[in-house]
Design a protein around this ligand. Structure first.
Ligand code: NAP
Length: 251
């Protein structure tokens, strides 16, 4: 049974792994045996230390995914690191909170470029490599707003809803190439992404009241689902967006 969740000998590229959910996912994958390439715009020294403490190798590739410019270089660096790339986690994401009447084209593009455009082209570059070898796993970090509209986050909701669609579209094309494309949909987690919500006493209380588990998620709550989608256990799972939300969507 443990072989189903064993990532020894695999290399995972995780975007935005310096903090929050990306950091927790990188550490979970390393705990299951994978070496980690972290790509992002901020140094990931703390993640590096935790991955190396688990006995795994770590590489940082600097990249701002506000444009697709770094995609080719990051994928080349990740493949050169161990000679192959087996897992891609598209975690880096950004949110812009404002009334829809006030959102500018610049606000819109910043969210869509990072949360959707770069995800597609990074996935495409990695899948070209995976398709030539023995396949692989692509995990997109979606959101409850892949299913719901949210409040004052129109570009974010559009990007995450599109990401669930993209997950299905790529799964349909790439399953036959041995590539599993799936997504995680985290509920309300305690990270930088949700600072504004947690600082708003009324929103924070309303959110908590709807979570059957009775608490916000901790980044480590994603670990099991991430290892599942990265390992052999999910070899026949394609195109799903898996909520990890303390039961939010069940209400
Ligand atoms: P976070 O702490 O704000 O982390 C976001 C990560 O994305 C950081 O590493 C950030 O880098 C990186 N990033 C943002 N824009 C980038 C860019 N242009 N180029 C490269 N990296 C960029 O929030 P988080 O909650 O861990 O978010 C991780 C993912 O989970 C996001 O896709 C988010 O939408 C999703 N999510 C979060 C929640 C939640 O409740 N927290 C719920 C559903 C989905 P910097 O540190 O340099 O900014």
């Amino acid at each position: 049974m443990s072989e189903l969740f064993n990532l020894a000998g695999r290399t995972a590229l995780v975007t935005g792994a310096n903090t929050g959910l990306g950091q927790a996912i990188a550490i979970a994958l390393a705990g299951a045996g994978a070496d980690i390439v972290a790509a992002g715009r901020s140094p990931a020294d703390d993640t590096a230390a935790q991955v190396q403490a688990l006995g795994r190798r770590f590489l940082f590739a600097r990249a701002d995914f506000g444009s697709t410019e770094p995609v080719r270089r990051v994928v080349d660096e990740a493949i050169a690191f161990n000679g192959q790339l087996d897992i891609l986690v598209n975690n880096a994401g950004t949110i812009h909170r404002a009334d829809s009447l006030d959102v500018t084209e610049e606000n819109w593009d910043a969210v869509m470029n990072t949360n959707l455009r770069s995800v597609f082209f990074l996935s495409q570059a990695v899948a070209r490599h995976m398709a030539k070898g023995h396949g692989g796993k692509i995990i997109n970090v979606a959101s409850l707003l892949s299913f719901q509209g949210g409040i004052r986050v129109p570009a974010y909701a559009a990007s995450k809803s599109a990401l669930a669609g993209l997950t299905r579209a790529l799964a349909n094309e790439w399953a036959v190439k041995g590539i599993n494309v799936n997504a995680l949909a985290p509920g309300y987690f305690d990270t930088n992404n949700t600072t504004a919500l947690r600082e708003d006493a009324r929103r924070s209380e309303a959110i908590l009241a709807r979570i059957p588990a009775g608490r916000w998620g901790k980044p480590d709550d994603l670990a099991g689902a991430a290892v599942f989608l990265a390992g052999r256990a999910s070899d026949y799972v394609h195109g799903i967006t898996l909520p990890v939300d303390g039961g939010w969507l069940a209400r």
